[in-house]
Design a protein around this ligand. Structure first.
Ligand code: BES
Ligand code: ZN
Ligand code: ZN
Length: 502
């Protein structure tokens, strides 16, 4: 699928289908259609169509007709202009992408009327993001693949060709971000009989070598993790047929100064979570291949930072293992000593993500980055607190969590803060060990997990934790996400956060 930007376009490049925007003014029966960028001829043809009378440009609606010259025209309803924003553009783009990818080979879209508040570049970026995020399909294991019909989409504008360069750059930016989102989605959708800690680490290394020039890769295996005294992490790996892996990636921008920020990203990479001895019931175990979505999310953001040559140093740490049961699996009541020397009583082997992350956070802290951000499908409690649509953010530095919240707002992703209070810190303290891995009650589970993680962040290091248990997959309300499977949500927030670090 090829998308071509055409500025100062005098005629449509496609003689098959042309897409145009429309808005709506007023509500209910009083609603009227506001056309946008339509030619005189089109307007008069439209008026002669009887059924067109009911089309008022409502958000999510569309109307298709054929002109006397035989050109198909698809009018997209964008709703009230005053409500129209980048997210509305993304959602409209998703609708368009779904409609045209299986119906036509060549399509022209008149983009000017779709531009939000005259911001052509930002709009181009949002359009590209949404288009490529929508046309993603995980069909690797389908014997019959649905090949899209669409070959070329011409994005046409009446703007001068001098504006093309910047618009193209913004479009390319959006495309790169979406591609990274899709790389992350591919990892998450891969089944656990294919993707385990060993194959996952290899695939990441392969992708880095092939696509991310200049990035340093270090992979720690079981022996190195033992040397690092990551006993919490290793305790999760005890019951597995595959050795744990810690992937450490480093990106340094070409020009660095004293002001260049260093951000560490940490991701939970549980290639499958059975719960271990504290076994999950069958229904809850289903889909636990997605328990590595945190690692895929931070990798996707890291990948985008490199491809966009962002002006920030980024270290990325992916803690990989599954949580399985064999005769070596960790038994509940076990007490282990974490990398930072704290002792932890493992009362529930299903609260395993925090054990992996704790040791990796301690490892990442040694680099003394300006901030550490971890992402993890950490708690079912997050779905209770914020539903499946909102990502939780917690941490030890309000400035950091605020800047993540801003980045999420700027990219129209839902993120909301939760507190870590003293009582919850106390609840995570053990009686026979410094800490225990679950609280006394399951209430406030997301924040108690964060209260546990906080213990492993180095002294004076800013840290934020993103619980993506709800948003990691099946975002049915977002038309640019697959209704089933990996969502790639939060990658765009992280990329924006990294871009904001200059
Ligand atoms: N990976 C799960 C969290 C999860 C559950 C994500 C459901 C998405 C949907 C995590 O490892 C886990 O099992 N957490 C336990 C913690 C509990 C034992 C304190 C949970 O949430 O039930
Ligand atoms: Zn678990
Ligand atoms: Zn888990």
């Amino acid at each position: 699928m090829n998308i071509q930007l055409k500025f100062n376009a005098s005629a449509h490049s496609s003689d098959e289908l042309v897409i145009l925007p429309s808005f709506s003014k007023g509500k209910g029966d009083k609603a009227t259609l506001v056309d946008s960028d339509w030619t005189k001829e089109l307007r008069s043809t439209f008026k002669t169509i009887k059924s067109a009378g009911t089309f008022k440009g409502a958000k999510g609606s569309s109307f298709q007709f054929t002109t006397t010259e035989g050109l198909s025209v698809l009018i997209i309803g964008l709703g009230e202009k005053s409500d129209y924003d980048y997210e509305a553009l993304r959602r409209a783009t998703a609708g368009i992408a779904k409609k045209i990818s299986s119906s036509n080979e060549k399509v022209s879209i008149m983009i000017d009327g779709f531009v939000v508040k005259n911001k052509i570049e930002e709009s181009m970026q949002a359009f590209a993001e949404a288009f490529y995020m929508t046309t993603y399909h995980f069909d690797k294991y389908l014997s019959k693949k649905n090949k899209p019909k669409l070959k070329t989409l011409f994005v046409e504008s009446s703007q001068k060709t001098t504006a093309l360069k910047k618009a193209q750059a913004a479009f390319d930016h959006g495309q790169k971000v979406a591609e990274c989102v899709n790389v992350g989605r591919d990892f998450v959708n891969e089944p656990p009989n294919v993707l385990n800690s060993v194959t996952y680490a290899k695939e990441i290394e392969k992708d880095v070598k092939a696509n991310l020039k200049g990035v340093k890769v270090k992979i720690l295996g079981k022996a190195e993790l033992k040397k690092e005294k990551m006993n919490m992490f290793l305790s999760v790996n005890n019951g597995s047929a595959h050795d744990a892996r810690l992937v450490h990636l480093e990106y340094t921008p070409k020009k660095t100064t004293k002001k260049t920020k260093h951000i560490a990203l940490v991701g939970k990479g549980l290639t499958f979570d059975t719960g271990g001895y504290s076994l999950k019931p069958g229904g809850s175990m289903m889909n636990m291949k997605f328990d590595m979505a945190g690692s895929a999310t931070v990798y996707a953001a890291f990948r985008a930072a490199v491809l966009l040559s962002l002006d920030v140093k980024v270290s990325c740490f992916l803690g990989m293992t599954d949580n399985a049961v064999n005769e070596h699996a960790t038994m509940p009541d076990s007490i282990v000593t974490a990398r930072n020397g704290k002792t932890v009583e493992i009362l529930n082997t299903d609260a395993e993500g925090r054990l992996v992350l704790g040791d990796v956070l301690s490892y990442a802290s040694d680099l003394k980055p300006d901030a550490i951000i971890d992402a993890a499908t950490l708690t079912g409690a997050c779905l209770v607190a914020l539903g499946t649509e909102v990502c939780a953010v917690l941490g030890n530095d309000k400035k950091l969590t605020d800047s993540l919240l801003s980045a999420a707002k700027e990219t129209d992703e839902y993120m909301w803060p939760l507190p870590i209070i003293e009582e919850w810190r106390d609840d995570m303290k053990g009686s026979m060990s410094d800490l225990k891995n679950i609280g006394g009650s399951s209430f406030g589970g997301t924040a108690k997990a964060a209260a546990f993680l906080e213990n492993f962040v180095g002294e004076g290091v800013s840290w934020a934790h993103l619980d993506i248990a709800g948003v990691g997959d099946s975002q049915k309300h977002l038309p640019y996400c697959p209704s089933k499977g990996a969502s790639g949500i939060i990658v765009r927030s992280l990329v924006r956060f990294l871009a904001n670090q200059k």
